[in-house]
Design a protein around this ligand. Sequence first.
Ligand SMILES: Nc1ncnc2c1ncn2[C@@H]1O[C@H](COP(=O)(O)OP(=O)(O)OP(=O)(O)O)[C@@H](O)[C@H]1O
Ligand SMILES: [Mg+2]
Length: 194
Amino acid sequence: MASSARDPDNECVISVRSLTKQFGASTAVADLSFEVVPGVVTGFLGPNGSGKSTTMRMIMGLDTPTSGTALVNGKPYGALDWPLREVGAPLDAKALHPARPAHDHLRCLAYSNVIPLDRVDHVLGPVGLAGVEHTRAGKFSLGTGQRLGIAGRCEAIPACCSSTRPAPCPRGASRSPACCAPSPDRASRSASSV
Ligand SMILES: Nc1ncnc2c1ncn2[C@@H]1O[C@H](COP(=O)(O)OP(=O)(O)OP(=O)(O)O)[C@@H](O)[C@H]1O
Ligand SMILES: [Mg+2]
């Protein structure tokens, strides 16, 4: 018999539940819950030091939650068979081999994730790297390196792409990060972005 019960973990690209991270006595993320659903560009905002990057790192399996869960397509990142095909996150614009040209960097990612190599040429143009694809990544400016990071995360057309970058925050804003999404009719893409 089919169950009609709603299962948010099977509907959400990202599901964060009661997520908490402590570094010693310091609490970086406190009991945070949100969901990112398919087809909606979702913003994740908060003041400096409010725990955005730590939350992203826990979603991407780079930090271990003290308690709570962070799931991608219903699984912890470490349980995904081909993570790059399901979620992309250029969290560190400098996480590139400085001697490797952009084109080769993207080919390495494609090859190691069994993604067709012709995807490399498809993503270079849209991120604005056409013409510099044979330049070594170590010579890129911060912004150009960020473009290469985004290109790498778009190669597999993952269900979800997470990014982190600083943004000004109004005075008096809450110290906790918050998720927000535009109305669904403004989001027509099949992938989700945070
Ligand atoms: N590895 C760590 N060890 C100890 N404390 C940490 C560590 N990483 C982050 N923190 C602390 O956790 C808190 C949240 O940091 P986090 O980098 O997640 O904030 P953020 O919202 O991304 O800030 P920003 O807007 O400046 O990027 C901060 O107080 C920070 O000092
Ligand atoms: Mg940060």
